[in-house]
Design a protein around this ligand. Structure first.
Ligand code: PSU
Ligand code: MN
Length: 295
């Protein structure tokens, strides 16, 4: 069991992994930088409940009291949500972020790094990072880590403010399978679809688990499972396509774009975002269970 001081695994998570029980890692940048505090905590509770309902151990990853932690409690998530000094932690500042300020929300990329070290194969999130529109130079490290960590990331596609086509191209370059959950089209985060055809789809979690096992058997790394938000919960793509351009750059850009979307389209954005987080945690739980029955 990894127990290096750079990573602290909660006993419940460590025991679950050691006994071969199913565990799903949840990211926390959405708590610190993606949603307003109340909505973030609704999202945490709903994702948590979705895992528990499936008999799966949720493992929220985050930087807390100077440690990279796998398995924060709900109260610790609330403390993180309340800290205005919490940093957005990606692989480039993961080591430094634990030193100062010692509190941070981990992006999908940093969550994948921690999951791999903790022996967890499934991560759940909302929308993954990707290629921002423009000169194509601002690319989320979520994509880099998908190319490196042998972890399945269940998401609702790339965030709607991104260049979905360029993001899919990059995933192809990196050799990252993108599997549509009961859909042939890439999910569009708050919208049902990003309008792009995927190389693979799966109808059952058993199908998903067998693709994952094969991919890892062949030496592959990350896999994206793309779950579309159903029409009744989604926001039409045309509405999302409004001008959410921001002058924020670097790590501030994604949080700024999300808050502009929330400001322009109101509570519907929050509701859709929380709903897709919950649905992704539920699907991720089924994937984790299905993976475990094959080993
Ligand atoms: N999806 C959401 N809200 C978020 C994010 C994703 O619904 O806040 C976060 C994730 O943590 C993702 C990060 O990893 O945004 C991507 O940021 P960047 O583009 O700077 O890599
Ligand atoms: Mn960036």
């Amino acid at each position: 069991m990894p127990s290096v001081t750079s990573l602290t695994i909660a006993p419940a998570v460590r025991d679950a992994v050691a006994s071969g029980a199913a565990v799903v890692a949840l990211e926390s940048a959405v708590i610190t930088h993606g949603l307003p505090k109340a909505a973030a905590m609704d999202a945490v509770r709903q994702q948590w409940a979705a895992c528990m309902k499936a008999n799966v151990t949720p493992a929220v990853v985050g930087v807390f009291e100077g440690q990279l932690r796998v398995g924060l409690t709900i109260d610790e998530c609330a403390a993180l949500a309340g800290r205005t000094d919490a940093v957005k932690v990606s692989p480039w500042n993961l080591a430094a972020g634990t030193v100062s300020p010692g509190f941070g929300g981990t992006t999908v990329a940093a969550t994948m790094v921690a999951a791999t070290r903790a022996g967890i194969r499934v991560v759940s999130t909302g929308g993954i990072g990707g290629v921002h529109p423009g000169d194509g130079q601002d690319v989320s490290s979520d994509l880099t880590e998908l190319g490196r960590q042998p972890v399945c990331v269940v998401c609702a596609g790339p965030k709607s403010t991104l260049d979905a086509g360029a993001t899919l191209e990059r995933l192809e370059t990196l050799g990252v399978p993108v599997i549509g959950w009961r859909s042939s089209l890439l999910a569009g985060f708050l919208a049902t679809s990003a309008g792009l055809r995927l190389p693979a789809r799966a109808e059952t979690v058993d199908d998903l688990a067998s693709i994952l096992s094969r991919h890892w058997d062949l030496g592959g790394a990350g896999v994206v499972v793309s779950q579309p938000l159903p029409g009744e919960l989604a926001i039409p793509r045309a509405e999302l396509a409004g001008d959410d351009a921001t002058t924020a750059r670097g790590p501030d850009r994604t949080p700024a774009e999300l808050s502009r979307l929330q400001a322009r389209l109101g509570d519907r954005v929050i509701r859709a975002n929380v709903a897709l987080l919950e649905r992704n945690a539920a699907l991720a739980s089924l994937v984790a269970l299905a993976l475990n029955t094959r080993v």
